[in-house]
Design a protein around this ligand. Structure first.
Ligand SMILES: [Zn+2]
Ligand SMILES: [Zn+2]
Length: 352
């Protein structure tokens, strides 16, 4: 039997999120049910709730940084037991047959991963809703064990912000001997600084908010560059091997490309949209520069990231909120007024 649960949903692009009652699907043999404990608030949630990517189908219960306690398991479930602390990230299924799925890169599934919200269940056609809610039902193959040593509230943002930055730093083999810049110090950027440092690189935070330099030492950065300070930027021209750009909206890439030395690489993980203004090919060619992108990470790499984060004590800085404060949190994210990730305490929510 399915039961009615509470969540917070966007019902249109121009209305605040509000209380929404809905049902999850019936449990399938490989499903596990989680009582949601915590859910991180990703900038994508804001984009999607407000239809800023033009693909939103309402109502939408956002949330793809979910940590909960297993409350029920399907009859064939073998990887989890009731009581386990488990996490769900940005996708909840994929075709499991294509070349990408076969090598654990489900996020690049050729038939399209099934996203944690604003997507449709391939079996029953129901809208799939995210983690701003009391429970989740997900196939066990798309659920992660959360290492015991990580505070479950702080584990939540690892499932999007953590893996989105860990994966490209690993893929492009960032480490010892590299001068690395993290562009944009928000939920993603402050994780990237910590990973890049622990991989052995010399790491700079590149930010438009000078006040964020106060956290540089804590995050392990070797220096801070204020992107709006021309003299500061000029001093670093042609010196970086690698830039990870986490700025969540379209912006001029040229000032950042100027910081790269020959054969340097800039990877975009934030502004996954049309980039304006365009890029000057000649300026790139004369230094053989590369621009790339990266999208979250597969299940196996997410598992690796969680274990690595536990072992090296890499966690986000968070501010806990109740679901009733989500609209204020969205506004503060847009105003860049969060250090560095809001996490919803679902246990403390739905009480007013
Ligand atoms: Zn996200
Ligand atoms: Zn696939």
């Amino acid at each position: 039997m399915t039961k009615k649960i509470k969540g917070y949903a966007a019902v249109s692009a121009d209305k605040p999120l509000g209380l929404y009652e809905f049902e999850r699907r019936e449990m399938r043999p490989y499903d596990i049910e989680l009582d949601v404990l915590y859910c991180g608030v990703c900038h994508s949630d804001v984009h999607m709730a407000r239809n800023e990517w033009g693909v939103s189908v309402y109502p939408i219960v956002p949330g793809h940084e979910i940590v909960g306690r297993v409350s029920r398991i399907g009859k064939y479930v073998s990887k989890f037991k009731v009581g386990d602390i488990a996490g769900v990230g940005c996708f909840v299924d994929s075709c499991r047959q294509c070349d990408a799925c076969a090598v654990g890169l489900e996020q690049y599934c050729e038939r399209g991963m099934v996203q944690t919200y604003n997507s449709v269940d391939p079996i029953d056609g129901m809208a799939i809703q995210g983690g701003y809610s009391q429970n989740e039902i997900v196939d066990e193959n798309y659920v992660l064990h959360i290492p015991e040593s990580i505070d479950p509230a702080k584990a939540a943002p690892l499932l999007c912000a953590g893996i989105t930055t860990y994966s490209p730093l690993r893929h492009w083999k960032v480490g010892m001997g590299h001068k690395v810049g993290i562009v944009g110090i928000g939920g993603l950027g402050h994780m990237a600084v910590q990973y890049a440092k622990s991989f052995g690189a010399e790491v700079y935070m590149i930010t438009t908010t000078p006040e964020k330099s106060t956290t540089a030492e804590k995050l392990g950065a070797d220096g801070v560059i204020v992107a709006t300070d021309k003299v500061d930027m000029e001093a670093h021209v042609g010196s970086f091997d690698f830039l990870l750009n986490t700025i969540p909206e379209s912006h001029d890439l040229q000032p950042y490309l100027n910081l790269l030395k020959r054969d340097g690489t800039l990877i975009i993980v934030g502004a996954l949209t049309q980039i304006e203004p365009g890029i000057n090919g000649s300026k790139m060619a004369y230094k053989r520069l590369s621009i790339g992108t990266s999208l979250i990470g597969g299940i196996e790499e997410t598992r690796e990231m969680l274990d690595y984060s536990a072992k090296h004590n890499i966690v986000p800085e968070i501010e806990l909120i109740k679901i009733e404060d989500i609209n204020k949190a969205f506004d503060r994210i847009v105003d860049r007024d969060v250090r560095y990730r809001f996490v919803i305490d679902l246990k403390a929510s739905f009480k007013s």
